[in-house]
Design a protein around this ligand. Structure first.
Ligand SMILES: [Zn+2]
Ligand SMILES: [Zn+2]
Length: 409
């Protein structure tokens, strides 16, 4: 069977996370996005474990509520401030893993995403003892990722490098970016939302499609390891340009810079503040190849724009969180089953009958790849522009200032 899975989220017990991130809300929102399986996130936290235990048990490592399946996962920040993702086979593995790391953490019971004063190799070694899967989270982001702190997988995971089976690409990268780096070729790429809110613009904004025997932990593990015929068949995510750290840009005034210029300026913006290196440039530095070389096992990557963002633009709202956007989103999702159906599969004429002409046109533009992305950078998300706006906005701007000016629009 084919399943869609979002395998990195945070609960209401993690810092800077919405109160609405409780297990019931997540279980209700996932199917509206077209998602079958969620990773719980934060599974070392006692409060969250209690909530997970209110689900029905499918097997030792698989839980269910309102038709949504859950598998046990957490994210940990190591002593070098690198983030790692873990998937556990059962609660007893979670408990034993916790027991082993608790002396190295001060916030295990207070933050769903704990800090652990161990290096990547140590934590991976403990994970291996309990048959948990481990890999770097959002591997390219400039703050807390493996490539922000380490030159290579083995620099981070040492003897345990071969045990690492996946990498999470993060919002600002896709398979074309990552497959420029040879050491990543053997690994499964995961595309997850890392969301802190169940809002449809966040939850499952990235997800994985797997071929599995059943929607269970064991079968998903086999898909990540690509054994027994199980495998990832599609990575789905934002255009990398939509990410907050796609291009190198000033953290203060958000002026964008190409790599050469940032280096020439010693990463100092003309406003005096710091230029943060973007994921695109970090990958250029790390790249083994000029063009991506995909290994045979790599599935296609499908770029999506969350439907609430498309609606926001079409109905000229300032944010995807308004009542108008939510109402238009809900009527489409109710009509066609879930968001993926609306974005990819539903007949455009039927969509036109179910919503406003502007929204139907915007969905058509998305399918025809006519939506333009203004790249993000310096901590600011990229923006989408519908075709007719583009004409107005791109008049007589040089290629360099172009992006900056559009961002300030
Ligand atoms: Zn993280
Ligand atoms: Zn600046």
């Amino acid at each position: 069977m084919i399943i869609n899975a979002d395998l990195h989220i945070h609960s209401r017990y993690a810092t800077a996370t919405s109160d609405k991130m409780n297990i019931e809300n997540i279980s209700l929102e996932a199917p509206r996005k077209g998602i079958d399986v969620m990773a719980t996130g934060d599974c070392l936290h006692n409060g969250w474990i209690k909530e997970i235990k209110t689900c029905n048990t499918i097997d030792d490592g698989t839980f269910e509520m309102n038709g949504t399946r859950f598998i046990l996962s957490t994210e940990i920040e190591d002593r070098h401030r690198v983030h790692h993702l873990f998937y556990f086979p059962c609660f007893s593995a979670v408990e034993e893993f916790k027991e082993k790391i608790k002396h190295f953490s001060k916030n295990l019971e207070t933050d769903g995403r704990p800090n652990v004063n161990l290096c990547g190799e140590d934590i991976a070694s403990i994970a291996k003892d309990y048959d948990a899967l481990v890999g770097p989270a959002h591997i390219f982001t400039p703050w807390t990722s493996m490539y922000a702190k380490h030159s290579s997988l083995s620099d981070c995971y040492g003897e345990l490098t071969d045990y690492v089976s996946f990498v999470e690409l993060g919002l600002s990268a896709d398979s074309d970016y990552a497959d420029k780096i040879k050491e990543l070729h053997r690994l499964t790429f995961l595309t997850n939302s890392d969301c802190h809110s169940p809002h449809p613009v966040r939850l499952a904004r990235e997800f994985n499609r797997f071929e599995v025997g059943d929607a269970t932990f064991d079968e998903i593990k086999k898909a990540i390891l690509r054994v027994g015929g199980n495998k990832p068949v599609l990575n789905v995510g934002l255009f990398p340009q939509e990410g907050k750290y796609n291009e190198s840009a000033c953290m203060s005034c958000h002026t964008h810079y190409v790599l050469e210029e940032a280096i020439r300026r010693r990463w100092k913006c003309r406003c005096g503040k710091k230029i943060k290196k973007g994921v695109r440039d970090r990958i250029e530095e790390k790249a083994t190849y000029k063009e991506p070389v995909h290994p045979d096992h790599r599935p296609p990557y499908l770029h999506l724009i969350p439907l609430p963002e498309i609606i926001t633009k079409a109905v000229k709202q300032h944010s995807p969180f308004t009542k108008t956007v939510t109402a238009r989103w809900e009527e489409l999702v109710l009509g066609f089953g879930n968001e993926i159906a609306v974005l990819l599969d539903a007949d455009l004429d039927e969509i036109a009958r179910a919503t406003t002409p502007a929204i139907a046109e915007a969905i058509r533009a998305f399918r025809e790849k006519k939506i333009r992305i203004v790249p993000g950078g310096g901590g600011r998300y990229g923006k989408i522009e519908l075709p007719e706006e583009e004409k107005v906005l791109t008049v007589s701007l040089g290629p360099q200032d172009h992006q900056t000016s559009l961002l300030e629009y």
